[in-house]
Ligand binder design. Structure first.
Ligand SMILES: [Zn+2]
Length: 586
């Protein structure tokens, strides 16, 4: 086993680490667990660095280094774990997912992979049988493009599932959906209801009745009327989803849109009060839900960790004790805005190469919110610790984000805010320069290349697809970027699938989408560990294996750096450890 490589000159940071190590050796603390005999990949630095052993004490990493030195920390009670050829890494960090939303879908019908409308109706009828009489019959995950009819079902078709009970279906992007007559009645929506800003209800040609499909904010308006998850159901949402996140190696999960459902805050408060979470959950409040979420966070913070006379703004700005901001594993870290749509409705400066189904003429997607809304948000939150996350796929949406940041910088000066460019699928070169100067971090949805790459090539054209999610460009420029699954947009929150997608960029058809933007496996692993911690502003406690950091660990069956790139996605997660405690084991 190679010793820790020392390629960098010894700077102040290295000196400090040495001092810490010396101090700990002097104290000779006894570890709870010592790992040896496998690849221990620290994820520090730009090239792979291995350590012979890792010791854990009281939920933190006590020591990383030579096996002989680790022996000093072994006592009679120390558990010794021989990795036996398996690979130990820092626990994976979710940089853009929807764990609460996912948890709710666990109780809904699974519509992933539906072939056609009859198949969808059939699955929804089964869902109707298992749904309580007062509940909505909800399904999630279909994709119009992937269905024989290449369209969304109509009110009449959905009425064949139930006429007296609300039926709602949501597509896999979460941006589009459709309902039956009863769901529109329950939501108080008719053909006379004006379209909300940033969304629309499809109407029949005569304009006097609803067609069924709805988009964006219109869908959200209906969805928000769904009855709340309470009691055991609320527990199941969190524990069910967290178990799946842990199975895929996450020690930190994200809900990047708390408030998509009107009971989201209650579900998370329930998880805090009952200590339901085995792993950390970083929460970003949905734009329309900021005030309610911040008020709830303030109540929680003052209940669990009283801040003397803290005003709301003070609470947001004065919490430099990064990891202590988690209360029973939940932390309010950001706010989420949606600037445009998905692959079919991304907001571009240039029209689509091939129009998405149902579009005609010159179509270049559309914005979701006025500039003023985003400008005001940056004016308010740029100087605070609450990060702004912005969903964007097209370059016009990125322009909107950069303009808002520019105004905040002019007024308040440069801050270490790290705004998150969620997906950032298509960026022009000069936009990347601005991202650099503002310290923004893109979280690329690499997972979408696999199911969606062929669609991106067709709709966006070769030029845009080739530089979609430009990880190699960011790597070359020395800029941070992360990878995310956006689950449930990806049906499974698999981190290794993201690593695979970043390394291989192979679409479902086998076509490599943008071969020049493929990155080496080590860089892809950094995007889900060290750089992911950086995006969350938690690099002081997470993301690399270093003494003093949290013992958030994942053990893989094989080393992703030592298998064929095409085999990365087949590697099994063997064990997930959160602060020294096993939360998943195969
Ligand atoms: Zn998302």
């Amino acid at each position: 086993m190679a010793h820790v490589s020392r390629r960098r000159s010894i700077g102040l940071a290295a000196l400090l680490l040495t001092l810490v190590a010396v101090q700990q050796r002097g104290a000779a603390q006894v570890a709870n667990t010592i790992y040896t005999d496998g690849d221990i990949l620290t994820m520090r630095g730009d090239t792979a660095e291995y350590a012979e052993s890792l010791a854990v004490k009281d939920g933190r990493i006590l020591f990383v280094g030579p096996a002989d030195d680790a022996k000093r920390h072994a006592g009679p009670s120390t558990k010794r774990v021989a990795l036996s050829g398996k690979t130990l890494l820092p626990g994976f960090i979710d940089t853009h997912g929807h764990m609460v939303f996912f948890g709710k879908n666990l109780v809904d019908a699974d519509l992933f992979g539906v072939k056609d409308i009859p198949d969808l109706i059939e699955r929804m009828k089964k869902q109707a049988q298992r749904t309580p009489a007062d509940g909505w019959i909800v399904g999630f995950g279909y994709q119009p493009r992937g269905m024989k009819e290449s369209r969304t079902p109509t009110v009449e078709e959905l009425d064949t599932i139930a006429t007296d009970r609300p039926v709602l279906i949501v597509d896999r992007s979460g941006h589009l959906g459709a309902g039956n007559s009863a769901v529109f009645r329950a939501a108080g929506v008719s053909a006379d209801t004006p379209d909300p800003q940033g969304g629309s209800f499809a109407r029949k040609a005569n304009g006097t009745s609803l067609l069924g499909p709805m988009e964006e904010t219109a869908l959200n308006a209906v969805r928000s009327k769904r009855p709340s998850f309470t009691g055991q159901l609320a527990n199941d949402v969190i524990t069910g989803a967290a178990k799946i996140w842990a199975r895929h190696g996450h020690t930190t999960a994200m809900e990047a849109g708390l408030g998509l459902g009107n009971d989201d805050i209650e579900i998370v408060l329930n998880a805090i009060d009952k200590r339901l979470l085995p792993i950390d959950l970083y929460v970003a409040a949905k734009d329309s839900n900021i005030d309610d979420t911040v008020a709830a966070a303030y109540r929680v913070a003052s209940q669990y960790n009283p801040a003397p006379d803290g005003t709301r703004r003070k609470l947001l700005a004065d919490r430099p004790d990064l990891d202590k901001r988690y209360v029973n594993r939940v932390r309010l870290g950001g706010i989420k805005f949606w600037l445009d749509g998905s692959i079919d409705t991304a907001w571009f400066t240039q029209p689509y190469t091939t129009n998405p189904p149902g579009r005609s003429g010159s179509f270049s997607g559309y914005r979701q919110i006025p500039d003023e809304v985003l400008d005001t948000a940056f004016d308010t939150y740029w100087p605070t610790n609450l990060q702004i996350h912005m969903h964007m796929n097209g370059d016009a949406a990125a322009d909107q984000a950069l303009a808002a940041i520019g105004k905040a910088v002019n007024k308040h000066g440069m801050r270490d805010h790290r705004p998150v460019f969620v997906h950032a699928s298509y960026l022009r070169p000069e936009q990347i320069e601005k991202i650099k100067s503002y310290g923004a971090v893109p979280s690329f949805l690499t997972a979408s290349v696999v199911p969606g790459g062929d669609g991106v090539l067709k709709l966006w054209g070769n030029d845009r697809a080739a530089v979609a999610m430009p990880a190699r460009t960011f790597l070359r420029m020395g800029l941070p970027f992360t990878f995310s699954h956006d689950a449930p947009v990806s049906p499974v929150p698999s981190i290794l699938a993201l690593v695979d997608a970043g390394v291989n960029r192979t679409a479902a058809s086998g076509t490599v989408v943008g071969p020049d933007e493929r990155i080496p496996p080590y860089a892809a692993l950094r995007a889900v560990t060290a750089l992911a911690a950086y995006q969350l502003k938690e690099e002081a406690t997470k993301g690399t294996l270093e003494a003093g950091k949290l013992a958030d660990l994942v053990i893989l069956e094989k080393n992703p750096l030592k298998v064929e790139p095409s085999a990365i996605r087949e590697i099994q997660v063997m064990e997930t450890i959160k602060e020294g405690r096993t939360v998943f084991s195969r």
